[in-house]
Every structure is written in C-alpha cells, then in structure tokens.
Design a protein around this ligand. Structure first.
Ligand code: PLP
Length: 374
C-alpha cells in the first residue's frame, strides 16, 4: 500500500508553495550578490527596539512562551480600542488564515475571493478540504459586486485583501461599508489588512480614508480583521501577526490555534516594534518616496505599472515574466513573476531602499534593452 492512499483525497493533489527566492539561493544560482525585492519585506530590518527585546529574551528560550501573549494582546487592545478577548495573536497572519480555513471549511464548502489575490488563499482553502471561488477583477481591483454574485449557500468565508497583494490596489471604506450591508450574514468576512500601515500612510496625503475595520468590529459585524508584524514592522522572519473580531469568533479560533506557536521572542519583538514610531515613520516615508519613484521610472520605460497602496509595485512586461525575472536575477535583483497568479506577463517588485530601487531599475533597463536588441 502506498503512503498516498493514507492521505485524504482532497490533499493528494496539493502542489508545493514556491516562496520568493531567498538571497542565498539566488546568489548561488547567479554567482553574484543579489538584492531581494520579491517578498514585500522591510528593507530596513526590524526596529532597534525590537532587536534589543530579542537579545534580552534570548536566555529565556528554555521556557515555553506565554500561550496567551498577554502583554502583546494588552497593547493591541489599547491600540485598536477593543477588549482583550477580541484579539488573537498567531504565528504570522498566514497562520490565522490557516486556522480560519480549518475551522470553517471542509468538503462541499467554499470560500470566495478575487482572482489575482493572496496566493495562500487557494492553498489553505484546499488544505482544509474546501474549494476557493475566485471572482473576476475589475480594473486590477477586487470587484465586490462579482464577489457577492459568487457567494453560494456553501460559502463560509470571504477573503478581501485590502490593499490587495499582488496588485497593490485599494477598496475605499465606503465600498466595503456597502458590501457589508449586502453580504449574507451567515458567513465570515475576512478583511486581510497585512499592508495597513502603508495604506494608512498613503491615505493622508491622498486625502482619502484607509479603513473602517475597527468600527465594523465594534458594531458587531461578522468580520475578522487580520494584521501582521511582517511588513512595516520588519519582523517577517519571527512569524507574528494577529486578528481582531467579536469575542465569540475569537474564542472559537483561539481553540483551533496550535498552542505555543508564537515564540516569546516574537511576542517581545512585536511589542517593542509596536511603539517604535520613529522606525515606522522612517519605513513609511521611504516607502512613499520609493513608490512614486518606481512608478515614474517604470512608466518611463513604457510599462504599465499600477499606483500602489502597499510596499510593492505591480507592472506588466512585454515578455514572459518568468524569463525576465530569471534575467533580472542574473543582474542581481530577485523579483516575483506573477505566473502562478494567472498573470504570466506581470511582475511584482517590493519597494526597497533608494539604492535597491535604483539597482532594480537599471537592471530592468539592461534586460529590456537586451530583448529589443534581439
Ligand atoms: C495579503 C496578505 N495577507 C497575509 C500575508 C501574510 O503575512 P504573514 O504570514 O507574514 O503575517 C501576506 C504576506 O505577504 C499578504 O500579502
């Protein structure tokens, strides 16, 4: 008997997840120093306060962590003006998404999202035995009307990534207000706000509002909001994120979550990062400047690039994105071709430091020039 036969049918066809290539691997392949602009990480690293907290906590790792993340939950409750029992910390928001799928989905049930959205939605949905329905996009944005039309009696969850990864586009709070008025009450709407800090940073100067997510939770709507410390706070490698929702919803997810999955170091670092406003301001300022510069440079190269609300830029290229990404890597820059998202001629590049952005644009110019010379 083969091992495959022991595996439930819905798990047999699961493909592997191809993560953004690590600098180490890319350098081994290319033989030159590489800059990674493929996974929307923070180019400045963690805040110095978080580094200090990690050092201070290092000699405590013989102990299991605080399974309730009490200190971090207290700080997050104050930040969002919610009760402590409305917040749950997980090992990155990906882990929260996994808990949501395992809790609410199974054979015969589905989740609804948009096409070209976060790549984990299909993987986690399938791993839980459910099915993911992807509504078409409109103008590179979530089409909430199409999402509403895709909902069936078997739908248990709707994932809305806002800003969306990989397009970087935003739904205005008014659009989500309206959507929540119309969506059936017997399902959970997950507002995935992984890039909230960047979006909020862009909203002020653009004279727009970012999100009403805290208000939805206070109003008692069937909404779960996800945030992460992986992006603006620069802690992707430590795996810490959280969600907030009604106490009832949170208490169910808390029971499904794997115990002790958030390390004491991750909690301490997140707590320190949360109040390092100087570091966050520096990160947001660099991101806003880089977003504008990259958009201009990409458009000057004749490429269609989308204005972003996050820390990455989506653009179209005149050849298979995978091939161009391979050549960019030989020039020392790792980007994300979006072939697996169903966008074989599009690339997502993370916004780096000014030097990294410049390196990327010069490399791209050389790659595109080499193609047109052929
Ligand atoms: C839309 C979206 N949600 C969630 C995440 C997960 O982040 P993490 O698991 O690092 O918290 C990401 C990461 O890229 C993302 O783009």
């Amino acid at each position: 008997m083969s091992f495959q036969e022991l595996v439930p049918e819905h798990l047999r066809g699961l493909g592997p997840y191809a993560a953004g290539k690590s600098v180490k691997r890319a350098q081994a392949e290319s033989g030159i120093e590489c800059v990674k602009l493929a996974s929307n990480e923070n180019p400045f690293g963690p805040s110095p306060a978080a580094m200090e907290a990690i050092r201070a906590g290092a000699d405590q790792v013989n102990f299991y962590p605080d399974n309730d993340e009490s200190a971090l939950v207290t700080a997050l409750a104050a930040k969002h003006e919610l009760a402590r029992d409305q917040i749950l910390v997980t090992a990155g928001s990906t882990s929260f998404l996994d808990v949501i799928c395992r809790t609410l989905l199974g054979p015969g049930l589905n989740a609804v999202t948009s096409s070209r959205s976060f790549i984990q939605y299909p993987l986690l949905t399938r791993a839980a035995g459910g099915h993911l329905v992807e509504a078409p996009m409109q103008d590179d944005r979530f089409d909430l009307q199409a999402v509403l039309r895709a909902i069936t009696p078997a739908t248990r969850v709707v994932f809305v990534a806002n800003p969306n990864n990989p397009t970087g586009t935003l739904l205005q709070p008014g659009e989500i207000d309206l959507f929540l008025e119309r969506v059936p009450r017997n399902l959970l709407v997950v507002l995935d706000e992984a890039y909230a800090d960047f979006a909020a940073g862009f909203a002020g100067p653009r004279n727009l509002e970012y999100s009403h997510s805290e208000r939805y939770v206070r109003e008692g709507r069937q909404v779960l909001v996800l945030r992460t410390f992986s992006k603006a706070h620069g802690l992707a490698g430590l795996r810490v994120g959280y969600g907030f929702g009604s106490a009832e919803v949170i208490s169910v997810f808390a029971r499904v979550r794997t115990i002790f999955s958030v390390s004491g170091l991750a909690e301490a670092a997140a707590l320190a990062a949360l109040s390092d406003h100087t570091h966050i301001s520096r990160v947001l300022h660099n991101n806003a400047q880089g977003a504008e510069w990259l958009l201009r440079e990409l458009q000057a190269l004749g490429l269609r690039a989308l204005p972003t609300w996050a820390n990455f830029v989506y653009f179209d290229v005149p050849e298979p994105a995978r091939e161009l990404a391979d050549r960019l890597q030989l020039e020392g820059v790792i980007v994300r071709p979006l072939t697996a998202w169903g966008a074989p001629s599009s690339i997502r590049v993370s916004i780096g430091t000014p030097e990294q952005n410049e390196l990327f644009i010069r490399a791209l110019q050389r790659c595109l020039a080499a193609v047109s010379a052929h």
